[in-house]
Design a protein around this ligand. Structure first.
Ligand code: SF4
Ligand code: SF4
Length: 424
């Protein structure tokens, strides 16, 4: 039995033992233990995947697009995250991975590295044109975008108003493929290959456009075994090189899957790169306090070391990182994009959000401000009565979370066993 929900993760209640590992790992306090099982509070979950990493029972499942779902499309295109290039050991080159995707059943594959370079060139235009406010924050990690919407809503306006490279790549394909192939747009499936479940949520519930240009996201975990199978056969090397010449790949773009990949391309600006959910929260706290106003561009990736540390990756992230660095160096820093074309795209708003990012602050304690103040006082009183041990026995991660749940009518003080002596 699986707990049904609107996110890309869910708890398998048959496997969950209520051990509380996920409870303390969740950065947004979105998990409670009820009747001995973990439950996710939909509104608070940002699909970061921290719970997947910490569950010792493999009870947290991620939901991405299955390969069989793709059969409804007459023509299938794969747009893999560049993190995929770091998954297959030292001797495997990107063009071999792209070719393996073709062999698996994709009719067309699209390397994202040049689009990553395109994105950052557009960011450069944006930073030059907009001297304030600072810091401008990257829009690439969907978890960071949701974290900002919910926990740091006032920072929503600092996010650079460009769709991330995966959406830009899909938009370019959508505008060219139907005519070129003489197919209806709905017959063409454009699929991201993802290291994280959050991408599927950003496709199903886009934050800044009506409808995503992508049709789904297949997880690296799911697609890894068939790719490996093809790679082991090591056939057709000459064809692979011909189809995907190294010269069309951007070394700057390949490096995007590791923390600092974006900022490396902005040498003229003051930049900061952060990775990992706790460090990201810490730095966003500092941005909120006005401490980073002298920074032009802030790159935040919620996974440790960037997308190579995504929860749906297979390779140890340290090895994947070393592999990506090697590939980026091999491809070199030579630009593969046409700057004047980027300026035109920038001016014509081809990369821009369709509508502004909407802040989604957490619900107040009460709609009536006076009542909300009264409840905040009550919450403080309740917190004083709790032991302050943050033990998780009550099913909430912290005593403060339990106090908040009690005031909202979602829990009872008797949920804390340490108060049993004082409450009749
Ligand atoms: S995905 Fe992240 S936010 Fe959602 S429940 Fe898991 S740890 Fe919490
Ligand atoms: S850092 Fe990358 S892999 Fe991790 S959640 Fe963000 S976009 Fe996904």
């Amino acid at each position: 039995m699986t707990q049904a929900k609107q996110h890309a993760i869910s708890i398998n209640l048959n496997k969950c033992t209520g051990c509380v590992h996920c409870l303390t790992a969740c950065p947004t306090q979105a998990i409670r233990i009820r009747d001995g099982k973990a439950r996710v509070i939909d509104r608070q979950c940002i699909d970061c995947g921290e719970c997947i990493r910490h569950c010792p029972r493999d009870a947290i499942e991620s939901h991405t697009t299955s390969f069989s779902d793709l059969q409804r499309f007459a023509y299938k295109v794969a747009i893999p995250a560049t993190a995929l290039y770091g998954q297959f050991g030292n001797s495997v080159l990107p063009y071999e991975i792209l070719y393996a995707l073709r062999k698996i059943g994709f009719d067309h594959v699209y390397d994202l590295s040049a689009i990553c370079e395109l994105y950052i060139a557009a960011v450069e235009e944006y930073l030059t044109e907009h001297a304030q406010p600072r810091p401008v924050i990257a829009s690439t990690c969907p978890v960071v975008v949701r974290l900002i919407q919910r926990r740091f809503p006032a920072l929503s306006e600092l996010i650079v108003p460009f769709e991330p490279p995966r959406e830009i790549g899909a938009k370019i394909l959508r505008s060219t493929l139907p005519a070129a192939l003489k197919l209806k747009p709905e017959d063409i499936g454009i699929i991201h290959i993802t290291p994280c479940p959050a991408k599927l949520v950003s496709i199903n519930h886009p934050a800044t456009m009506k409808k995503s240009f992508l049709d789904g996201a297949v997880s690296i975990r799911d697609i890894y075994p068939p790719i490996l199978d093809i790679l082991r056969k090591k056939d057709d090397t000459a064809i692979m090189r011909h189809l995907f010449p190294d010269s069309s790949m951007s070394g700057l773009g390949i490096g995007w899957s590791i923390s600092g990949g974006e900022t490396r391309s902005l040498p003229k600006f003051r930049t900061v790169a952060v990775s990992g959910v706790q460090d990201t929260i810490h730095v966003l706290d500092q941005v909120e306090s006005g401490l980073l106003r002298d920074v032009d561009y802030l790159e935040c990736m919620v996974c440790p070391d960037g997308c190579v540390g995504g929860p749906l990756s297979i390779e140890n992230r340290f090895l994947a990182k070393s592999r990506i660095l090697h590939l980026a160096k091999k491809a070199g820093d030579k630009s593969v994009i046409d700057r004047s074309e980027i300026r035109t795209m920038y001016r014509e708003n081809f990369l821009s959000f369709q509508h502004p990012l909407e802040p989604q602050p957490s619900a107040p304690l009460d709609a009536d401000p006076a009542e909300a103040i009264r409840k905040a006082g009550l919450r403080d009183e309740i917190l004083q009565r709790l032991p302050g041990k943050d033990c998780g026995f009550c099913g909430a991660p912290y005593c403060a979370t339990l106090a908040d749940d009690i005031v909202r009518g979602l829990a009872d003080i008797r949920d804390c066993p340490m108060t049993w002596k004082e409450t009749p």
